[in-house]
Design a protein around this ligand. Structure first.
Ligand code: GLA
Length: 355
């Protein structure tokens, strides 16, 4: 490969193995002119790899996942997956909408989590290559009643790899009956590319003065509590491990309320890893972000290249609407109605710095 000459961006495909029901999954590889590579499979719309340079120029994989599709079945941690119809939890799998009660599939104690057991992370998406934009357009039509949700929901997700080393994720959905929608991507990052086995030495910043307080089944109480100066505070850069033991619960697994939310695309978080110099910046149009530090990983899963995923092997910044919003009148609306278009954009950008 010529190092001086800029390569063109490319999209290629390869087989990614079979699911237990015998369906072939495909792995699509997007590469930009800097050699940054993002691999996405049609199964679950999963981002299976992101290869980005460290400060010395070594291009390595910075997300958790598997070498073959069968690794993702079941994908209990939701590695890299598209999440829908509703990311995060809906209390007891129930909500009222226009005077009618709906009951969803439950899969997290009494609650509905991440769209249910057969959520968008488990389905095959149709994929269209958009070579002009170095993008993939994924489409999935969720039938009326799927996982208990009303209405036929058509969702498109466009993953674009830009030449400035950003992965842009543009979500759109339309429905024929009112239904809750809250789409996200559940990638787990380890910016050291696994050289630090956990992410406790990463340095995180989140532009949020408040978070949604939850009860012991992770359902919001409705309170938006100031992060104050305590362990929840990431308004200025903080090493993730510094106060993690003081967090209520099992580590960070909280929805942060983005400051000055107005629906425009703006920077909401960044994470820096000192040994590699890698920096992840996150921009989003959404009002919340679930900062999750892989607390439920426990060393029982072995992923790409034989890497054992110990507790806190990766972190997620799941851009989202607020958990349980269909049951929380004070939270921003998450009901999509016929004739409306759900739209959200999140951008993950990869760079490096010396210190
Ligand atoms: C989200 C949830 C967590 C957990 C993970 C997946 O981040 O908030 O509680 O379910 O997904 O393990």
């Amino acid at each position: 490969m010529a190092s001086e000459e800029q390569n063109e961006s490319t999209i290629t495909q390869a087989p990614f193995g079979k699911t237990p029901d015998g369906r072939e999954a495909t792995l699509y590889t997007l590469t930009n002119k800097n050699g940054v590579t993002v691999k996405i499979t049609n199964y679950g719309g999963i981002v299976a790899s992101i290869l980005a340079p460290d400060k010395a120029g070594n291009i390595e994989d910075i997300v958790l996942g598997y070498d073959q599709v069968y690794g993702y079945i079941p994908n209990d941690p939701y590695f890299g997956a598209l999440i829908g119809r509703f990311g995060n939890r809906i209390a007891k799998g129930k909500f009222y909408l226009d005077g009618k009660e709906y009951t969803l599939a439950t899969n997290n104690g009494p609650n509905h989590l991440h769209g249910g057991p057969a959520g968008f992370h488990t389905v095959f998406w149709d994929v269209e290559e958009l070579p002009q934009q170095n993008a993939l357009k994924l489409t999935y039509t969720s039938q009326d009643g799927e996982e208990g949700y009303p209405g036929t929901l058509t969702t498109t997700v466009v993953y674009t790899l830009t030449d400035d080393n950003s992965l842009l994720i543009a979500y759109e959905a339309t429905t024929d009956k009112p239904t809750p929608v809250n789409l996200t991507n559940h990638s787990y990052f380890n910016l050291s590319a696994g050289k630090t086995q956990d992410v406790l030495s990463h340095v995180a910043t989140i532009d949020a003065d408040r978070y949604t307080v939850v009860d012991d089944s992770f359902i919001p109480t409705g309170e938006l509590r100031p992060v104050a100066d305590g362990p929840m505070d990431f308004t200025s850069p903080k090493v993730i491990g510094t106060e993690i033991e003081d967090v209520e619960g099992n580590g960070y697994d909280h929805n942060y309320v983005i400051n000055d939310y107005d629906g425009s695309l703006k920077k909401i978080a960044s994470v820096y890893e000192p040994t590699s110099g890698r920096v992840l910046e996150v921009e989003s149009t959404l009002p919340g972000v679930q900062f999750y530090t892989g607390n439920f990983l426990n060393g029982s899963l072995t992923g790409k290249g034989g890497q054992v995923y110990i507790q806190r092997a990766g972190f997620c910044l799941e851009t989202q609407d607020f958990p349980d919003a269909p049951n929380q009148p004070s939270f921003p609306n998450t009901i999509l109605r016929p004739g409306e278009i759900y739209k959200a954009t999140t951008v993950y950008s990869f760079s490096t710095r010396e210190k």
